[in-house]
Design a protein around this ligand. Structure first.
Ligand code: ARG
Length: 589
């Protein structure tokens, strides 16, 4: 049996049965158990239950206490205040529970799988072809990747979709230009770097734009190209493919920098739904979900109106017959529901697209594609701000190039790593590698440690700081444990349930026990920031533990082993938790 019942679950069960014995009508009620400063746990649910049953809360609490089975797990339970229960766990139970987690050979630390796993299609990391990636794309990638790891860890079947912007009228202009300047995307022999690919695309884009704006005849030719592209004219398609391929070289280099795995078959851009667009429109029109209005195919909503009070429709097909962003997203829903058999559709997309998704989801609901069994959620994220609190821009007012930003983070982090390198005994190669893990970790952690929907400030000084709620603080906590384990020599980590625990050991142990619940909660609610908060708290408790409890110099050999076991389990929990955020934990730092 790999999965371990947490102490809080065990206590919860004990309390629930004592409660229903004391008050039969409260059977199945939640005693509302929480970790507490006053005792190990506090249950606050009696108050409301007593009120409902018109009973005296303190009396009911006293009756519950008399029925709680104390012994193996619960050492003590007492009534406090108006009817709270304070619960103390036996030291032995804490150590035994942690030992069971430690012994889990699957590496899951005793974390059970979710009770009802399903299939989630997650739409994240969706940059646009022939365009530079910006901080918004960073957020979608970082949050999305963490949610993928979390969901997979709970046993969910996850299908990744990178809905890249690879279709639309702008390609007419680009393709026409390339047709007239055929060598613009040629490469010199040898591999092309991502940077080179992007600068090729940028140069071509600027030149094409300039011509488009100044030359009416080119404009006409470019517009004709759009028609050719939509009709799937082979030569036009082949040139379009060149843009996609060149962009992918760039995307992959950025994702590589981000230390993130993106797989080619999961890149299904807007163009991938082309064949479905006409049918999507037909289905919507035939079912009456969409109606023709001034030639365009529209869906109307009672509660969505513009500033002038007139309804704002979702336009599925324009009056000239063209399809837009909405038609593609509606087709993607059909694909994900009927072909990929999703139970949940998740979209990690900027909050500024919330109205779009509200309208798209509601349309799909009316069409019957979404229902109680298949739900869609936008995991909306806020804006990345500069230190000045305004949307993050360069001093010249341009959007910040993602690559520059990542390079700078790595550079700063490498300097931080180098400072301690000699003491720790790092080779030049290890400095480089750790600099990368620390720098990229810092960027990811800063993003993931605030609730997604909130804006956050991009502040590299703060991100690579060794003190405070940063990834490098957590990485140091991990590396310090590894260093202790290396120094332990003959002594091996081993649990000794017979030993009494110091307060700092209990606090650490009880927090370790909550890892499972935290992960399942965080995955179910798509809230990586709560996992970050858990890990930060874990590192803080570890620091307090070091202050109060010597490890290698503990009083007895058994205590040394038991403390080694405690810190090793902490390290494994940090490692696993950070991996679920997409962040590495170097062994030496
Ligand atoms: N490519 C879009 C952008 O850069 C994001 C795509 C979001 N996903 C979707 N299914 N619409 O804003």
């Amino acid at each position: 049996m790999a999965s371990v019942t947490s102490l809080s679950d065990t206590v919860q069960q004990h309390l629930a049965s004592a409660l229903s014995a004391a008050l039969p009508e409260a059977a199945g009620a939640d005693p509302l158990l929480r970790r507490s400063d006053r005792a190990d746990f506090q249950a606050n649910g009696i108050l409301a239950l007593a009120k409902k049953a018109k009973a005296n809360p303190r009396e009911l609490a006293t009756q519950v206490v008399s029925r709680v089975v104390t012994g193996d797990v619960i050492e003590d339970v007492e009534v406090s205040g108006p009817g709270f229960l304070n619960i103390t766990i036996a030291d032995r139970a804490i150590t035994e529970n942690l030992a069971a987690r430690y012994a889990d050979e699957s590496g899951r630390l005793g974390v059970p799988f979710a009770e009802h796993p399903g299939t989630t299609v997650i739409d994240y990391a969706q940059p646009n072809v022939a365009k530079e990636m910006h901080v918004g794309h960073l957020r979608s990638a970082v949050i999305g990747d963490s949610v993928v790891q979390l969901l997979e860890f709970t046993g969910e079947n996850v299908v990744r979709r990178h809905h890249i912007g690879d279709w639309g009228t702008q390609f007419g202009m680009l393709i026409q230009y390339l047709d007239e300047h055929p060598h613009e995307l040629d490469h010199k022999a040898g591999a092309v770097s991502g940077e080179e690919a992007m600068s090729n695309l940028n140069r071509l884009y600027k030149a094409a734009r300039k011509l488009f704006d100044s030359d009416e005849e080119f404009k006409t030719r470019a517009r004709r190209r759009v028609v050719d592209l939509q009709a799937g004219e082979p030569k036009t398609l082949a040139m379009w493919q060149k843009f996609v391929d060149e962009s992918k070289i760039y995307f992959y280099s950025v994702f590589e920098k981000l230390d993130m795995e993106i797989r080619d078959p999961d890149i299904v851009g807007e163009s991938g739904y082309n064949d479905m667009l006409a049918e999507t429109c037909r289905l919507l029109e035939e079912s009456g979900v969409a109606v023709r209005s001034e030639g365009a195919l529209c869906v109307f909503f009672d509660d969505i109106k513009g500033p002038d009070g007139n309804p704002v429709p979702l336009i599925v097909q324009k009056s000239d017959g063209g399809y837009g962003y909405a038609a593609t997203d509606l087709s993607a829903i059909r694909d994900r529901v009927f072909n990929l058999k999703a139970n949940t559709l998740l979209y990690v997309v900027d909050a500024r697209q919330a109205l779009h998704f509200r309208m798209v989801f509601e349309t799909a609901r009316r069409a019957g594609w979404l229902n109680e069994d298949v739900t869609a959620v936008q995991l909306a994220f806020g804006t990345v701000l500069g230190k000045d609190g305004k949307p993050f821009k360069t001093r010249e007012g341009e959007t910040v190039r993602l690559e520059d930003l990542l390079d700078e983070a790595v550079e700063r982090a490498t300097a931080v790593v180098r400072e301690k390198a000699e003491k720790v005994g790092l080779s030049e190669q290890e400095i480089t590698e750790n600099g990368r893990y620390v720098g990229i970790g810092a960027v990811k952690y800063a993003d993931l440690s605030t609730s997604a929907v909130r804006d956050y400030k991009f502040d590299l000084d703060q991100m690579v700081s060794l003190n405070g709620d940063t990834s490098v603080y957590l990485q140091y906590a991990y590396a310090r444990i590894q260093s202790i384990l290396r120094k332990a020599g003959e002594a091996r980590p081993a649990a000794h349930p017979e030993l009494g625990l110091a307060p700092a050991e209990r606090a650490l142990g009880l927090h370790l026990d909550q890892f499972a619940e935290t992960v399942l909660d965080v995955a179910a609610g798509y809230e990586p920031h709560k996992l970050a908060a858990y890990l930060y708290q874990l590192a803080t408790l570890l620091t307090a533990f070091y202050d109060q409890c010597p490890v290698l110099k503990a009083d007895t050999p058994e205590q040394v082993e038991n403390r080694l076991f405690l810190v090793d389990l902490t390290a494994r929990t940090l490692h696993r938790g950070m991996a679920l955020l997409g962040i590495r934990t170097p062994e030496k730092l």
